[in-house]
Design a protein around this ligand. Sequence first.
Ligand SMILES: NC(=O)N[C@@H](CC(=O)O)C(=O)O
Ligand SMILES: [Zn+2]
Ligand SMILES: [Zn+2]
Length: 420
Amino acid sequence: MMAYLIKGVSILGAEPTDLYINDGVISAPVENAEVIDAAGLVALPGLVDVHTHLREPGREDAETVETGSRAAALGGYTAVCAMANTSPVADTAGVVEQVWRLGREAGLVDVQPIGAVTVGLAGKQMAELGAMATSAANVRIFSDDGFCVADPKLMRRALEYVKAFDGVIAQHAEEPRLTEGAQMHEGEVSTRLGLTGWPAVAEEAIIARDVLLAEHVGSRLHVCHVSTAGSVEVLRQAKARGVRVTAEVTPHHLLLTDELAAGYDPVFKVNPPLRTRSDVEALRQALLDGVIDVVATDHAPHAVQDKECEWAHARPGMLGLETALPIVLSIYGPQWDLIADRMSRAPARIAGLAGHGGDLSVGSPANLTLVDPAARRVVDPSELASRSRNTPYAGMTLPGRIVATFLRGEATVLDGKAVK
Ligand SMILES: NC(=O)N[C@@H](CC(=O)O)C(=O)O
Ligand SMILES: [Zn+2]
Ligand SMILES: [Zn+2]
C-alpha cells in the first residue's frame, strides 16, 4: 500500500499543514511517501450520500454499481447508500448482499445497501427486515423510495421493528392519493402550463403523520428529499419536541425552481418536483439551522429513452453525485465545517457508517477528499462518469474541483481522474 504526503493542505479551511496517509489511516510522518502538492487545496472528510440510485441489478443500461461508484468517488464521496428500487427489488438478504459485494469488487466507495420496507415496494407486506439487517450487508436503513409507505399501520410496524437493531425508516413522503397524475409542483406555473400539480401538502401531510408515529413508538425516522417550506416547519416543531427524526435535502431542491418546467425539458422532471423560490429559501435556511441534517444527492440516473421524450412520459429523477459539492459550494461558499457536517459527519452518523465522517486526526481511517475551491468548471454531460446523462446543470459554470479522493488510504481519484 502506498504512503502519501499531502503537502500544504488546508484541513477544513485551517492554516496549511502536511497530512500523511499510511496503512489506511491518517498517520504520523513517514519516509518515502508519495508527495501530493496540495497548495490551495482543502481537505474534507470523504463525503457520504445517504440516498443514491445505482440501478444494479436490473437497469445496468442506466447505471451499474461500478459506474455509480466511480461517479461518487469523482464527486468526493467515500460512501454511498444504495436505494432498494432495483429490479429485482432489494427486499431480501440475497439482493442486498449482491449489491454489497458488487460495491466491494468495484472498490471505489463503500456501497451500503438500503433494504426495502415492503415486499416488491408494493406497500402491502413487510419485507424480511431482520434477515437484511443480519446479512453480510448489515442493513440499517430501510426505504421504499420511489414510493411512499402510505399505509399508516405498516409504517408503524416497520418503525417498531427496526428499533431492535437501531435501524431507521427513510420515507419518501408523498400521499399517493394527492399526487395522482401529478407532473410538477402544484402552483402558478402548473396552472399556466396546464400540467397536473403535485401539491406541497402531499409531502407535508405524510411527514406530519410520520413524526407523530415515530414519536409514539420512540423510533428513528429519516425523511428523504424534503422539498417544501411547510415540511421544514413540521420538522422544526418535531425536533423541538425531541422526536428522533432526521431529514435530507437534495442539491437540486436547494438551487432550482418550478419555473424550469416551462421549457418542457424532462431533465427538470423529478420527484418530489422542483418547488418555488420561497421553498428554496426555506430549505437553504433549514440546512444552516440543522433542521435539515444532511445534503443527499438522490442521484437518479435514467437511460436516454426514459428521459429524452415527452414530459408526461419521462421518468422523474436527475444525476447528482458529480455535481453535489460544487452546487453546495456555489450556494454556501467556503463554509467548510458546515459542508463537512452536512455532507459527511451527519450522513455517516445517520447511516451508522463507522470509519466515515471522521475528523482527519492521526489514527483515523484515511477517508477523505481534496477540493480546489478556486477552480471553476462548466458542466459537460458527456464528461460525466455516470452511465446516464440526465444532469440538470449542463452548461452551468460551478466552483470547486475534486482533485483527489482516498478510501481507507487508497487513492480512488488523483488529478481529478478516477484511478480505476
Ligand atoms: N427522485 C426521483 O425523481 N426518482 C427516483 C425515485 C425517488 O427518489 O423517489 C428514481 O429512482 O428515479
Ligand atoms: Zn423518493
Ligand atoms: Zn430516490
